[in-house]
Design a protein around this ligand. Sequence first.
Ligand code: LYS
Length: 456
Amino acid sequence: PSTSGELDRLHAKVWPRNTFRAGDGVVRIAGVDVRELARTYGTPLFVIDEADFKFRCAEYAAAFEDPSLVHYAGKAFLCTEIARWVAGQGLSLDVCSGGELAIAQRAEFPPERITFHGNNKSVEELEAAVEAGVGTIVLDSYYEIARLADVAARHDVVQQVLVRVTVGVEAHTHEFIATAHEDQKFGFSLASGEAAEAVRRVLNAPSLQLVGLHSHIGSQIFDADGFEVAARRVVGLLADLRKEHGPEALESLTVVDLGGGFGIAYTDKDNPPPPAQLVTQIRDIVRKECAFADIPVPRIAGEPGRAIAGPGTVTLYEAGTIKDVVLGDEGVRRYVSVDGGMSDNIRTALYDAAYDVRLVSRASDDGQPEPVAAMLSRVVGKHCESGDIVVRDCWLPETLAPGDLLAVAATGAYCYSMASNYNRQPRPAVVAVRNGEHRLLLRRETYDDMLRLEAS
Ligand code: LYS
């Protein structure tokens, strides 16, 4: 891009729904001036467009035709207020650790709408889940079947469970976030017969009740193909199980949870399908396969996390050091250092993720007589690693200066939740904006918070 208009553009599919650059060149999110946010809370700062988050909850609730069949994946981002929003929208919640469960409980999330996941839940976590009265626990190993059967029996509870099935689908996504191929740690393999054996063991445990099968093929997926193959294989397993055990034994098995993985637009090059379209395609396949196998059609559940939390949040950073590095014949690359980095967004380093970043505290050609030139830039953090990159390649205005505010889009999922204290950097604050107002959801960590852990 060479014109300031292009540099200052906020692509609707990438930025929170209520983000606009006003006539003065300054960006407002839900009517709140980003400079005011930076002044009030400091940077780096996660800013959530509350209406955007709730809009996406409602969109998935409609697509699945029942809000309770949508399990918001708390791993994407969870705090008390988010759990309240999710509960208020009628959605269910998926947690995968005792810590996430503790937050759900603090929010008084209806326990019967909580699903507990994880490939290595501890006995303590299973106990906490059973005591909390969580609706379903997704079983992931033979050890866990035995452990949970024991925990539930001790609590005099019949615990509803799902069996996580590895369906052997290669999702077209980064290796680290694909989860249904055979060679990995999650679930019971369908092909080897482990899934069928897991079901046998659950049916033999009086303290467990099998209510569904679960499959998750990976993350940031844009087409229905992988889900369709997964759905087809899960239905095939359902049909086999009915042959083996008879319909009565499986009467309570009514749900097929196809997990999450619905992709979002991180940059304008990403084109995720509308949720309704994807879910309809999946549901049609399940119906067809069930008719073919002559078995009742299960309810289809899903677990969007990124697709709900991701698009409505941006990270605000203040630009600091700017360095122009000469790359031999290839020109110059500008390194723009910001006041956060891999401690608040590890996804670029971990998955080579792409992000959209813009100058938001003013227009690019603010005070300039002519449109300003675009510089090939790299937005980097303040950590002691050269891999500490937030946005690998982007165009930023030549006039960018220390003190300018930059925003990185679509950081609502797996940024705060994967944040660290690397270099003893305190975790950023999280604020929600709505109708011109802002309020704090999580305060910025302080040095005292860190020092409190010191035992000597
Ligand atoms: N943390 C990953 C990401 O940022 C996705 C993991 C999804 C967990 N089911 O893309």
